[in-house]
Design a protein around this ligand. Structure first.
Ligand SMILES: [Zn+2]
Length: 273
């Protein structure tokens, strides 16, 4: 029973972070992937999105420290029903106040409601009830965060129904963030600030195969001109923190690469169109 509970509560660390890598070699491989990707596109925008935020922890503290050390921006997806005033006060104490944090809305309860198929909290099974769920989530976060809350939505598991997209538009959310190519497509009024690199919920069994795939994702995403990198701090161990630290340092050194949050990305896209 204890094992079962641990499995439910403790998310799995991907195999890529279970291997002991030579950090110098790893740095070289990451640098090569970043250089190649950036060279292919010229100008690149990079954002990081951390999901499942609400509960202060050692892992969250390490994550915030790394981003603060590199002065790097981070989009933080908050789970409304897990958050309260005191938890948010503790999160803020850890992060400090800064424009570099983009606090926004994740799944209200972070639960799957689909009876079959892929997990979704905001899937077709819930019909138009998703609108009310979004609103309740927003109200709770706004009461706790006030002006810090930004009008973006990250659905759990990076997927949602058409009704959710319609409700987000109606409720004047500025953008959604799912995986690249997620369906149904959102309209031009609700840009999808898609993530295309998955750092911590990788499924590959073999660490080397997982690393190669990650480096390929990173290069390809940078080559598109906009890389969205997904973080799950609850799946991070020491090795995962070290690799994130190394990646941020490499990205910060890269010329022609700009890091920002959803806010800057939407502003930039509005300027282009
Ligand atoms: Zn999540």
């Amino acid at each position: 029973m204890k094992n079962l509970q641990q499995r439910i509560i403790m998310p799995k660390v991907s195999n890529i972070y279970r291997k002991k890598w030579d950090l110098d070699q790893l740095e070289e491989r990451f640098r090569r992937a970043v250089n190649r990707g950036c060279k292919r596109s010229g100008q690149v925008f990079v954002f990081f999105r951390a999901d499942d935020i609400a509960i202060p922890s050692v892992g969250f503290t390490r994550l915030a420290e790394i981003f603060n050390r590199h002065q790097a921006p981070l989009c933080l997806a908050l789970v409304p029903s897990w958050l309260n005033q005191s938890r948010f006060a503790q999160l803020l104490e850890i992060t400090g106040e800064s424009e570099r944090w983009c606090w926004h809305q994740h799944g209200r309860r972070h639960r799957n409601f689909e009876p079959t198929g892929k997990k979704q909290e905001f899937g077709p099974e819930r019909g138009v009830a998703v609108g009310q769920q979004l609103e309740l989530g927003w109200q709770r976060l706004e009461a706790i965060l006030g002006q810090r809350l930004e009008p973006f939505f990250t659905p759990p598991w990076n997927r949602c129904s058409q009704q959710t997209l319609d409700a987000l538009e109606e409720q004047r959310f500025s953008a959604i963030s799912r995986s690249r190519g997620a369906q149904p497509q959102s309209s031009a009024c609700l840009p999808d600030l898609a993530i295309n690199v998955d750092l911590h919920t990788r499924k590959e069994e073999d660490p080397e195969a997982s690393l190669s795939k990650l480096l390929e994702e990173l290069e390809e995403s940078l080559a598109t001109g906009c890389a969205g990198i997904m973080i799950h701090h609850r799946c991070m161990n020491g090795s995962a923190f070290a690799i994130l630290d190394l990646l941020l340092a490499i990205l910060q050194e890269e010329r022609g690469l700009k890091m920002g949050t959803f806010r800057e990305l939407v502003e930039q896209e509005n300027k282009i169109s």
